[in-house]
Write a protein that binds this ligand. Sequence first.
Ligand code: BGC
Ligand code: NOJ
Length: 811
Amino acid sequence: MKFGFFDDDNKEYVITTPKTPYPWINYLGNEDFFSLISNTSGGYSFYKDAKFRRLTRYRYNSVPIDNGGRYFYIKDEDTTWSPGWKPVKTILDKYECRHGMGYTKIKGEKNGLEAEVLFFVPLKSWCEVQKMTLTNNSDKIKKIKLFSLMEWCLWNAEDDQNNLQRNLSIGEVEVHDSTLYHKTEYKERRNHYAFYHVNSPIQGFDTDRESFIGLYNEFSEPQVVTDGKSKNSIAHGWSPIASHCLEIELKPGEAKEYVFLLGYIENDADDKWESKGVINKTKANQLIEKFNSTEKVNAAFDELASYWQDLFSICTVNSGDEKLDRMVNIWNQYQCMVTFNLSRSASFFEVGIGRGMGFRDSNQDLIGFVHQIPERARERIIDIASTQFEDGGAYHQYQPLTKRGNDAIGGNFNDDPLWLILSTTAYIKETGDYSILDELVPFDNDKSKAKPHFEHLKASFFHVVNNLGPHQLPLIGRADWNDCLNLNCFSTDPNESFQTTENKANGTAESLMIAGLFVVYGKEYINLCHKIGKTKEAEEAQPHVDAMVIAIKTHGWDGEWFLRAYDYYGKKVGSNENDEGKIFIESQGWCTMAGIGEEEGLCHQALDSVKEKLDTKYGIVLNNPAFTEYVLEYGEISTYPAGYKENAGIFCHNNPWIIIGETKIGRGDQAWEYFKKICPAYLEDISELHKTEPYVYSQMIAGKDAFIPGEAKNSWLTGTASWNYYTIVQYILGIRPQYDGLKIDPCIPKNWKTYTINRKFRGAHYKIIVNNEAGVNKGISKLLLNGQELKGNIIPLQKAGSLNKIVVSMG
Ligand code: BGC
Ligand code: NOJ
């Protein structure tokens, strides 16, 4: 069953009922100011950091779900309603929510009055615009009252929920004409405040939650709205809010527009005050001035649309399959931008206080984003590398506001360093900018320890080499990519987190996934060394990669698939010898991507085993059989009920690793079948089961052992977005940036006849037409560049500004 439809021309998903199977959300903002918004206008805003600079309140895991947001109440005679249905929940005559690129439009109609609200964060601005258009479609004069509502968060989202003994006494506001200011803690160490403005005189306001809502009422029935009269309350402590009241008259057919503006301001410490106790509003007034008319707002909205249009024009496909095209051209790229911006910090499943920017996560997110805004990708790589330790190890995450590493969610994950090689080489291949390697980058955020970025890559490589276990395979540390494979943890205390608790000393558990990863990115490192003339470094590194290949072949093959690990006792994990967890996906992905034992048929065999044991109707599960008991020496993986999360869930992030493995051995039909199984646009028809948004990937779909197989969770912030984008564009459609050109290496279903890709690459434009008259999966028989036949399958770099036509014949 569907709950809406794709409007590809407008790059929107149109939701036609407020009661989606779960709140379906969107993100507003791209650089500093961000908002999350659900299809009923729930959500919140923050500046840079969802933990340290939260602007408005939201109630996670609330009853009912999705409580708190930017709410409007329309009081029209005896009927009160909200344009987004919530919070009042009056049944609307019409409802529609359009989630688009960086904006959301929500429209409701009741008794002949239509209210449409356009929400967006203008480019380079620290504010959320809410443009409300009220249209009287009836034949009577309408006299209504419109109330707005936002609830302020006292900046630190974690403290805001916990430290009530202090917080309920500190809230402070100021009111000036139609602008309601939030200035809690401004008089002490904070030099920032927020405001909520409307570009019209108001007939009343409230800033104290209890006065507005009533102590025992809910968001759905605020006392002030019931009474039809604001109290002009000034908050002193308790919970500060911002609510305007507008009395509006509309003739039949008449429409009126209002611009509401949520803004965030930072002042210099010595220029904070206008007069004693009165905040300096100069910057707020400037921001208001920028968006105080419909014309200005419309112009900013058009700019946003062209911004996205330009970004998307860098790589587009025309395949004839509208679902594929809408994912590649619109939604998958859009999700990659969101994961690039927010890593795993703030979604409707990530509360924004637990995690900042993940080291491994952000490096991986970059591969789906780097073509969009390479300058931002470069800055991100440097930020991440600045948190690395001199021995190559890394903080597992850093806070976006401070850019400093912290170990609040654990450390010592031995896969972390290698992802830096992935992101950096992807960046150079996209841009040709080798200068990043010379950039001085601190270790552990300490400038005195800065070295050229290349040294960080070297440290990453040698972190693996210097941490090998008894089988000469990489030690796993706390865990590898699979955070829940805690092979050195041995936790018996339910109050401990598997992610942060002390591990057993001298743990010697080893990871076959890191082994495969090391072969892939070790080779990348060596290639790069050769490319930049660091032959000595390349020669120094090569034997370690060769040795790893041998170690994997010798100790990592279980007979029909690759082992997953050796545990603390040196016992096999992911082996036919085990009763549960006999086979895992990650090592099959990485060892086949690394081409380990390809000559002996190991890759084919491993991938056949994946098909036989892990493939399901809804995607490939992580392991099989699922764990049904807690295994002390395995950790968190065995705590999940069978079929969920890392315990045999379809952990979408790692499905593309298998898909790339399949393309390496040329099985295009199989690769495509796997791709479609988890690709959201193909799941739209089963939205009632899938539950999460049909326009973005979710982290996990419940596996075959789960209570409800096929049900997804944790949408939006997942490495699935970038890996699937990377996989479809670079390995299935086969357009792969290289240091010296574009590699054309499609691996597609035999029955695909033709498709076209338009790619801007290093300033030149390439129109690539792939023809598959021969009906093959892989292989190119002829490649024409502007009519000239080329040898091999790499299109050399063409002049900036040139338009090039490439015709590829497969066969
Ligand atoms: C989740 C993992 C996550 C880890 C760290 C675990 O509970 O299952 O997916 O990576 O926490 O936050
Ligand atoms: C989610 C985490 O963000 C990511 O870092 C990890 O690799 C996966 N879970 C798998 O455990």
